[in-house]
Design a protein around this ligand. Structure first.
Ligand code: ADP
Length: 487
């Protein structure tokens, strides 16, 4: 605790619940600072002030000041405003610049996103200097904040914030911030000598922001131990495997948790019926009936309801789901999908709903409230990902007594112990190789336990609800890392 009390950490990232969230990164940026504060850490979170941030939060912010900052190769100056608010002990500093952040959505296309996040990484460090708040550690997240460790050791080295150490956390290696060398040189304003193969270059005409950040960060973490190993291989490395292998001494995996107050079936106001591990068997089924009613499915608590809550992208294993969709369905089974993304998957799921009315519901939208009702109302949650750095949906599902059916990759492998029919142990049903027949087999095995061995199924449900999926353990691991860096 004593070292923790002294730790000052600045989080730099492109999204954070409840202000703006497109995926798991937003959840982590919300929950981890809160968990660190409980351990005695001081945390500031730096975010862009996007136009989409709801007005009710903007109304709570106070103006901390502004300055001009040079950014580009030719020294163009840009406005940096700082708006601040405190929420549950965490200080949030929003970087204001209408030119970059007034477009609506956070991500608008790589061509604009590269300048936007060059600006943001630099402005976040400049804001720390302006606020006269020098952290021990600057904790940066994903490619959007990857230039911060580079700026820290170069242009900011002689400034107060230059004394901080840096961590870069990989939430998803698929997105890296790749563009032409000239584009990055111009917008980052970084010295020419960084544009070499050890730092930014990936070929003779393209540069990669994530690659540079990984080279310059003092430590690199990712969100599960398995993913930390996987990304050093050709298959999962997204072209950066050799670079990551080269930097392996500073790479480690710390699995994510979830905010157990935000995700609490006992007190979740979005649920028709609240429940905990002690009364899950008596109460959870009422959520299933309410879900079936809301979505126009046949109302029957005896049905086996499979949920899928996901961005609809190739990463999530949806081609496997499409391949065996019809075979996964039988008289006892219903499937509920919540997600948006690739039109190919949106279309196929709409098709399945049309063909199997009353048995399949495809909700092609982003709806936080409905996600809670599916986590509570489904029996099983499908996460057959091609790769999954950590995955939060399987953790939320377990907390809600919904059994995860997952592929053994990344954080899914680290958090879901496969059911063992001999001992009865395990948290869910799993398969290893990326094959549709193995997914189908997993669904059938799981359903068989649900239908024919309900005591065993109920034991898994209770065990899942009692599993510690909170941030506490992971937050302590991050604290140890901060302490090591301070030494
Ligand atoms: P990723 O970050 O790759 O999208 P994660 O499993 O780490 O995947 O996190 C996904 C988060 O986004 C979870 O909190 C999940 O509940 C939420 N989510 C995904 N799609 C939707 C949707 N269509 N509606 C509501 N919440 C969603």
């Amino acid at each position: 605790m004593s070292t923790a009390i002294q730790s000052r950490v600045a989080f730099i990232g492109s999204e954070c619940y409840p202000f703006v969230k497109t995926g798991g990164l937003g959840d982590v940026m919300y929950a981890l600072p809160r968990a660190l504060i409980r351990e005695g850490c001081q945390v500031r979170v730096l975010l862009p002030l996007y136009r989409v941030i709801p007005q009710k939060y903007k109304d709570q912010m106070t103006w901390k000041g502004s300055f001009m900052m040079n950014l580009t190769q030719d020294g163009r100056e840009f406005f940096v405003g700082i708006m601040e608010m405190e929420k549950d002990g965490v200080l949030y500093d929003f970087i204001e610049n209408r030119e970059f952040f007034d477009w609506g959505n956070p991500y608008t296309g790589l061509w604009e996103d590269i300048p936007k996040y060059c600006y943001f990484s630099k402005a976040a460090l400049a804001a720390l200097n302006y606020l006269n708040w020098v952290p021990d550690v600057v904790h940066c997240h994903d490619w959007q904040a990857a230039l911060a460790p580079v700026y820290l050791r170069t242009l900011f080295a002689p400034t107060p914030v230059g004394s901080a150490r840096s961590i870069l956390t990989i939430h998803n290696l698929r997105f890296q911030g790749i563009c032409s060398i000239e584009h990055l040189k111009y917008w980052s304003g970084l010295p020419d000598d960084l544009f070499n193969y050890s730092v930014f270059l990936i070929n003779d005409h393209e540069a990669n922001m994530f690659k540079g950040g990984l080279a310059y960060a003092d430590r690199v973490t990712t969100v599960s131990e398995t993913y930390a190993r996987e990304i050093q291989t050709d298959f999962y490395g997204e072209g950066l495997n050799s670079h990551l292998w080269y930097h392996r001494e500073k790479l480690s995996g710390i699995v994510n948790g979830i905010d157990v107050d935000q995700w609490d079936p006992r007190r979740d106001s979005r649920l028709p019926e609240n429940y905990g591990p002690e009364d899950v068997l008596e109460r959870k089924w009422k959520n299933k009936l309410a879900l079936q009613q809301r979505l126009g499915l046949t109302e029957d608590a005896g049905k086996f309801v499979i949920g899928l809550i996901s961005r609809l992208t190739d990463q999530k294993g949806l081609d496997l789901v499409n391949t065996v969709f019809e075979q996964m369905l039988d008289d006892q089974t219903q499937i509920v999908i919540l997600g948006t993304g690739d039109p190919r998957y949106e279309g196929s799921f709409r098709y399945f709903e049309n063909v199997h009315h009353g048995q399949v519901c495809s909700c092609i939208l982003y709806d936080e409230g409905l996600s809670h009702q599916i986590y509570a109302g489904a029996d099983a949650l499908l996460v057959p990902s091609l790769f999954e750095p950590c995955g939060l949906t399987q953790l939320i599902a377990m907390r809600y007594g919904t059994v995860p059916f997952v592929r053994e990759t990344g954080g899914l492998k680290d958090t879901v112990e496969p059911y063992n029919a001999n001992t009865g142990a395990g948290n869910g049903f799993t398969f290893d190789r990326y094959r549709a027949d193995l997914l189908l087999d997993t669904v059938r095995r799981g359903r068989d336990v649900f239908v024919n061995n309900r005591p065993a199924w109920d034991a898994i449900v209770r065990r899942d609800m009692e599993k510690d999926v909170s941030w506490d353990r992971s937050a302590r691991q991050y604290l140890n890392l901060y302490s090591e860096l301070k030494k």
